[in-house]
Design a protein. Structure first.
Length: 276
């Protein structure tokens, strides 16, 4: 028995020496109080970690949003060999009102009482516009009106005239003198102009503008809008009044006096100011 105890003692001593040589460490067991303290510290650390992670997570979308915003407003000139979809920027662009055709048959935009074709209320006593699609031309009922075409305002602004078009301007500025012409019941000012220019071999070019539901006269006798300055173009007058709607929407009546006049100053040189 003594020999066995001695052997066990020697083995125990040998194991202790081996652990010491190998750098083994003994683990100190925590007391119940210490365990509670350690557990509390671990929970606190975990909570702080979760808050930090949440804060970082919340921060990422904001940073991404800022980045996307910066990319969206990149100057297109700095991007090479890349197609850019500019349609998404349309809402941000400051759009200007279309005034290029206001000299012919259109009006200023912006009032609350405009009709579906952007026409301001017609002055009291003046004829209201009539939509072409709602009008029937009665070829069995014929009457007369009077029509003239003039560009005499250009004579005072020859320096602004497009070079090479001097020969298009008559010496007195009259392209077609006031003449009695026939028309059918239901026809518009445009219909009458179209017939007169065709029958008298006078050049006339026009285009239809759906936005204003009317034809727009671009040029007569090879004199076009902007040929005599940025505010120049054709305007029509009926019985001394320049209508604020398109010539396709003005229905001609018997005895009407229609003048097609060229303006070099948005109608001011013709004594009219409604487009301002």
């Amino acid at each position: 028995m003594k020999k066995l105890k001695k052997t066990i003692g020697v083995l125990t001593l040998a194991i202790m020496l081996m652990c010491s040589a190998a750098g083994c460490e003994t683990t100190k067991l925590a007391t119940p109080g210490e365990e509670k303290k350690i557990s509390s510290q671990a929970e606190e650390k975990k909570t702080v970690t979760n808050k930090t992670e949440k804060k970082e997570t919340d921060k990422q979308p904001a940073e991404k949003e800022v980045k996307e915003e910066e990319e969206e407003y990149l100057d297109a000139e700095t991007v090479e060999d890349k197609e850019i979809d500019y349609s998404k920027y349309e809402e941000r662009k400051s759009s200007s009102t279309q005034n290029g055709r206001s000299t012919g048959n259109q009006r200023n935009e912006g009032t609350d009482q405009q009709d579906q074709y952007h026409t301001d209320p017609v002055p009291e006593g003046m004829p209201a516009p009539v939509e072409p699609e709602n009008t029937e031309v009665n070829t069995s009922s014929e009457d007369v009106c009077y029509l003239s075409i003039s560009c005499d305002t250009i004579l005072d602004n020859m320096d602004d005239l497009t070079p090479g078009k001097e020969s298009m301007v008559p010496s007195d500025g009259v392209i077609f003198p006031e003449t009695e012409v026939s028309f059918y019941e239901g026809e518009s000012v445009f219909d009458v102009l179209q017939r007169v220019t065709k029958n008298n071999r006078i050049h006339m070019e026009s285009s239809f503008t759906p936005k204003y539901n009317s034809a727009y006269v671009e040029g007569i006798n090879n004199l076009y809008e902007f040929d005599c300055g940025k505010l120049s173009g054709w305007m029509y007058e009926v019985n001394g009044w320049y209508p604020n709607y398109g010539c396709s929407r003005y229905q001609v009546k018997a005895g009407d006096v229609i003048h097609w006049n060229y303006t070099c100053d948005l109608g001011r040189d013709l004594g009219q100011t409604w487009v301002e």
